[in-house]
Design a protein around this ligand. Structure first.
Ligand code: MSP
Length: 488
């Protein structure tokens, strides 16, 4: 059986997830569902990145105990996932000393055995927002431009990872697509970065006195130091599968795809491959690098007051319309904009009118004119549809999902709907009804229902609840309740 292993980044639990995080997770879910429906043995991993200074700082600001603060936020993650209908198989928390720590420490030991860890006195500028050292060059007015904060100047003893050694090897794997980076523009971006040669990376920090004991993984052999949070975070993709515990077998490794945002490309396309090469493990097969969601053309931020809370949208529209919007109207590979007006317009035009209206009309005909629906309609599955490609749109749909292009996949479904609408305009079944020629109407109806089934099957990875409602309606030959009431 073909396997499919997909991961989201693990999220920082210093605040509730916003729509940008919901985006990463939703597109990952669409891929996971697609591969599951195609009959592949799928493992979908997500989680939280907990050994972080920024979380402890956030907790202190609210005057809450860090561990309680953490548990609360992580609980909210799962509430949001439920509302978005995210079908993850595993949620990893990097504070988990049973699941995660042994593997993270084993990884450290492997790098060390290879001779890739060395000690160094170091001075640098640490940006807590990035959880990384940044350089003087990166600063604007003395501040990190991404986080608007003055970085800490730090002088300390660190262990370093000899990443520089792997520059050429990593570049070759990316060039040849052995490690495929989608889209091509991101592949080019990282290749030109690699051309400058990679620097070694600081891979540990002295244990902070105010860090709870349950957080921060001790460096094997030197308890005064904790493993650098990005080193421990990246390892989650294998510790979740059993690296460093049990028999250590990792059935699902290498990952088929790590889904990430453009801001964390270097960590995933340079540091992570370097770590895996050093530890003697295979590299992931691909990275899907998406852009940022902006609001009204600007990066979402609390200061600008343009943050869109996914919960607000979910309350107003429900799960599937939100999933629909993210899949179809946010550019997969570039930055994509969202406004409340744009959402409302897309909802009314394509869900209330487009899909909802088409489904209602088809099922009105079907209910009235088709007897024994199961004799006439093939209730085919997604893989069956793939094997009997029936239209340009279906072909486009599969190609798009295989290329992680969610916009094109959703467009293909709406092409099917538009073609159905056009046909209805042409053959005018509701006028034939008045002429009392039932047989002809029945034939036309079968055709429409067959198309609606096809639409439902294609919708399933993107809008699972709607797909089920449509399938149930067809099987029981009953017009469904108003799927998407018009909104003002
Ligand atoms: N903890 C690290 C990831 C470690 S993975 C081994 C991290 N966490 S994060 O919570 O800051 O971000 C998680 C993901 O959300 C990233 O892929 C990031 O690109 C994505 N997004 C954050 N803001 C976003 C938008 N406005 N739009 C789309 N995605 C964005 O980084």
């Amino acid at each position: 059986m073909k396997k499919f292993y997909i991961t989201t980044p693990i999220f920082y639990p210093n605040a509730n997830l916003h729509l940008g995080h919901a985006y990463t997770t939703t597109v990952s879910d669409i891929l996971a569902r697609y591969h599951r429906l195609m009959g592949e043995k799928t493992h979908f991993l997500t989680g939280s990145d907990e050994n972080t200074q920024k979380m402890v700082d956030a907790a202190r600001k609210t005057g809450t105990d860090p561990m309680m603060f953490l548990d609360d936020i992580v609980k909210n993650f799962s509430v949001l996932y439920k509302r978005l209908n995210i079908s993850y198989d595993q949620f990893i928390r990097t504070s988990d000393q049973v699941i995660h720590w042994p593997g993270a420490q084993l990884m450290w030991e492997k790098l060390s055995e290879t001779g890739d860890i060395y000690e160094k006195e170091y001075e640098g500028l640490y940006c807590v927002g990035h959880e990384a050292f940044i350089t003087e060059k990166d600063l604007v007015d003395g501040k990190c431009p991404d986080h608007g904060a003055i970085p800490e100047r730090i002088r300390e003893k660190n262990y370093f990872f000899r990443l520089s050694k792997y520059t050429e090897q990593i570049a070759r794997k990316i060039e040849t697509d052995e490690l495929l980076i989608v889209p091509k523009t991101r592949k080019q971006e990282i290749l030109s970065f690699l051309k400058q040669g990679l620097d070694d990376v600081s891979f540990s920090r002295p244990r902070r006195a105010d860090m709870p004991q349950q957080l921060g993984i001790p460096v094997p052999g030197d308890e005064s130091q904790t493993v650098y949070v990005w080193c421990d975070a990246l390892a989650n993709y294998i510790t979740a599968l059993g690296y460093g515990r049990g028999d250590g077998q990792m059935e699902f490794w290498p990952a088929d795809v790590h889904v990430i945002g453009k801001d964390i490309l270097r960590f995933h396309a340079a540091i992570w491959p370097g770590m895996l090469l050093s530890a003697g493990l295979p590299l992931p097969k691909s990275l899907l690098v998406h852009g940022f969601i902006t609001s009204g053309g600007k990066k979402m931020s609390k200061t600008l007051g343009n943050v869109i809370d996914p919960v607000e949208l979910l309350d107003e529209y429900g799960t599937d319309p939100v999933r629909y919007f993210l899949a179809r109207h946010i550019s997969t590979f570039e930055d994509g904009d969202i406004t409340h007006e744009g959402f409302l317009e897309a909802y009314n035009a394509n869900l209330a009118n487009g899909l909802g209206n088409f489904a209602a009309r088809v099922m009105t005909l079907s209910e009235k004119y088709i007897e024994n629906i199961e004799e006439h309609i093939g209730f085919f599955s997604l893989p069956e549809l793939k094997n009997t490609v029936v239209s340009d749109a279906t072909q486009k749909y599969f190609k798009a999902l295989d290329a992680y292009d969610f916009n094109a996949a959703a467009d293909a479904i709406w092409e099917e709907i538009a073609a159905g609408d056009a046909r209805m305009q042409k053959v005018k079944p509701f006028e034939l009804v008045k002429l009392d020629i039932d047989k002809a109407v029945e034939e036309l109806s079968k055709n429409f229902v067959q198309r609606l089934w096809r639409i439902a099957v294609m919708l399933e990875p993107i809008m699972p609840e709607t797909a089920l409602k449509l399938k149930e309606a067809i099987k029981s030959n009953k017009k469904p309740d108003n799927l998407f009431p018009r909104k003002e």
